[in-house]
Ligand binder design. Sequence first.
Ligand code: MN
Ligand code: MN
Length: 331
Amino acid sequence: MAEDSAGGGERSFKPVSGNVMPRFSGIATFMRLPYLEDPAGAEIGLIGVPWDGGTTNRAGARHGPRQIRDVSTMTRNVHHVSGTKPFDLCRCADLGDVPVNPIVIEDTIERIEKFFARVHAAGVFPLSAGGDHLITLPIMRAIAKGRALGMVHFDAHTDTSDKYFGENYYTHGTPFRRAIEEGLLDPKRTVQIGIRGALYSDSDADWGADQGIRVITIEEFYDLGVDAVIAEARRVVGAGPTYVSFDVDGLDPVYAPGTGTPEIGGFTTFEAQKMLRGLAGLDLIGGDVVEVAPPFDPSGNTAIVGATMMFEILCVLAEAVAARRQDAAAE
Ligand code: MN
Ligand code: MN
């Protein structure tokens, strides 16, 4: 059909205005964007991955995408600091949820990779709502083909453990070990910000350090300050393709109590927003916000935090996507 052709045809890639239909009404999609089953024609796809089969402690992140969609209907068009208008810069759409298998980890990992491979093949850059942090591994399998990615990773945890209960190589504590082993992620272009919490053993942190990951603990974060941390993150990832992964447990649990593995002593929501804004101009190719677990936060605030961080990432991602489009047109 003509309206399904690349370039958009007559399909809308804009949010429904709050002056057309009130923000509390209508069917909830991410940021009130049109829902598309076929990604063709979009440039940025917002995707839910409602799955917490990799969770080792408190499950509940499977409920994240639905509540984030609900509260994200308050998202407006213009970033209040940068002035970025992501929905003017890029064709954006809600591409729905990955049809996960809530029982079988290996099957779900395959389903996530397949879904994102289709998005990637359509030339669409993904911004996802988890789900626990294991979802980032199959996303990277789908979008890192042929080139190791850099990553700016916000988290209380490094997520570079090897295995769990002896033989489980796939949990939300292992995605970046697997991603580095598989050549999807370049450890020397990876920076982890906010790391803290007691360790399993003295040697817990050795593997990541040996690979060359730049770990900025929460202590170093506060010693350096936000601007210096931004500068360091930009230095580490450099000019190459870079993914942004935001685990809400990087925040102090007073801001995001609805999460599976809370660790006290984290950064604030405002510091996180400033750091995400500081990624403007990098060659961003996608991102995610993970570990929002609504059952642990009856206030709903953690989902508001998740939706807001998604908007922050969307703004810098849209700038990158638009810049690459302009570069391609100039060639
Ligand atoms: Mn994590
Ligand atoms: Mn974490």
